[in-house]
Design a protein around this ligand. Structure first.
Ligand code: ACO
Length: 309
């Protein structure tokens, strides 16, 4: 995580908002915002921690996938920059953009590479510096997001992946947008401004509370696992009210749906691996535990993956 902590009170100095509004509508109390850090530095730090945790060396890694929508550059890709920093000299490197579903889709891609025997040890990183894509004058979005990175090592010995349900609906992509580099060449008459994240909040809310439970039920059906057999639901940390609604719809107690969004806000592709790492380090996950990882966000994209720890 970046060092700088920005509380809701800090934000109320920047835009017309307050702690009561943000806390009651989202559950977020504070977030980390990159000041000196870059996407590549955060991703590299997460990668080093994951390698240490997995007891592996950088040269053991043969594929690095970085799920991100906010790389430091268009070129080179973030995965290549992280490869350089951690010296994973044997890795193939590419980025994958599926917004807040990115880590889950990247994990699925790692599984596919391993199953096809194209890779043995994959470093999967979810990282976003959404703070640079936000209009800090827009109170409807700037209070929601934070920056961060998380990583996991997936190996051919046991990927742990028991089932995958992944979806996209490009036709509804307009409810959450950020135009990165508009067409602005010499053939164009009028220059175009760089854009920031725009979101139809209520549409995203309705989409999430419907599609997240559906994708969880779909992957459980596919894997022939009952919902009561799942030990933890590690869901994208967008908003506590979305997670509470999922809990109600699936009749799963909130104790099985951990949250850290109060401290980090919505870190986009980083939220699932950051929470997974926190749970792992505090001993909340036991070997053989069944865990649902679920992402949802821009694209629109969404999906759930069932893993055995
Ligand atoms: N502080 C104070 N007031 C605010 C703020 C703020 N930060 N933001 C909006 N308001 C005001 C609005 O101007 C509006 O005022 P008005 O009634 O005078 O017009 C009022 O609060 C209500 O605004 P709504 O947008 O209707 O508020 P809503 O109850 O829908 O809550 C929220 C907004 C929290 C964004 C909600 O829609 C939501 O959670 N949506 C899901 C968003 C999300 O999670 N996105 C990320 C998921 S996808 C991804 O991760 C990329």
């Amino acid at each position: 995580m970046p060092q700088s902590v920005i509380t809701n009170d800090d934000l109320s100095q920047i835009v017309d908002t307050n702690d009561e509004w943000i806390s009651s509508r989202t559950g977020i109390k504070e977030r980390r915002i990159a000041r000196e850090e870059t996407l590549a530095s955060l991703g590299s730090e997460a990668a080093k921690n994951a390698l240490e945790n997995a007891n592996m060396k950088p040269e053991d890694i043969d594929l690095i996938i970085v799920a991100t929508m906010s790389g430091d550059h268009s070129l080179p890709n973030a995965a290549g920059e992280i490869q350089k920093e951690i010296k994973a000299v044997n890795a193939v490197c590419f980025d994958l953009n599926a917004a807040c579903t990115g880590f889950v889709f990247a994990l699925n891609t790692a599984q596919a590479y391993i199953k096809a025997e194209l890779a043995k040890n994959v470093l999967v990183i979810g990282a976003d510096v959404v703070s640079k894509q936000i209009d800090w004058n827009d109170r409807s979005t700037c209070v929601l997001f934070g920056d961060g990175a998380g990583a996991a090592v997936v190996t051919a010995d046991t990927t742990g992946i028991m089932g995958i349900a992944a979806y996209s609906d490009g036709a509804k992509g307009d409810v959450l947008t950020c135009k990165l580099r508009p067409i602005n060449n010499s053939l164009r008459k009028d220059p175009v401004d760089v854009d920031y994240i725009k979101m139809e909040g209520q549409e995203v809310f309705k989409f999430a509370v419907k599609k997240v439970p559906e994708s969880i039920l779909a992957v459980l059906e596919q894997a022939k696992v009952g919902i009561e057999e799942v030990d933890l639901f590690v869901l994208h940390q967008a908003n506590s009210r979305i997670l509470q609604s999922v809990s109600k719809r699936l009749q799963v107690p909130m104790e099985k749906i951990p949250m850290n969004l109060d401290r980090f806000g919505n870190t986009s592709a980083a939220s699932v691996p950051i929470l997974l790492d926190e749970l792992n380090r505090k001993g909340a996950i036991k070997p053989k535990d069944k865990i649902i990882l679920s992402g949802f966000g821009g694209g629109l994209t969404w999906g759930s993956t069932l893993i055995e720890w």
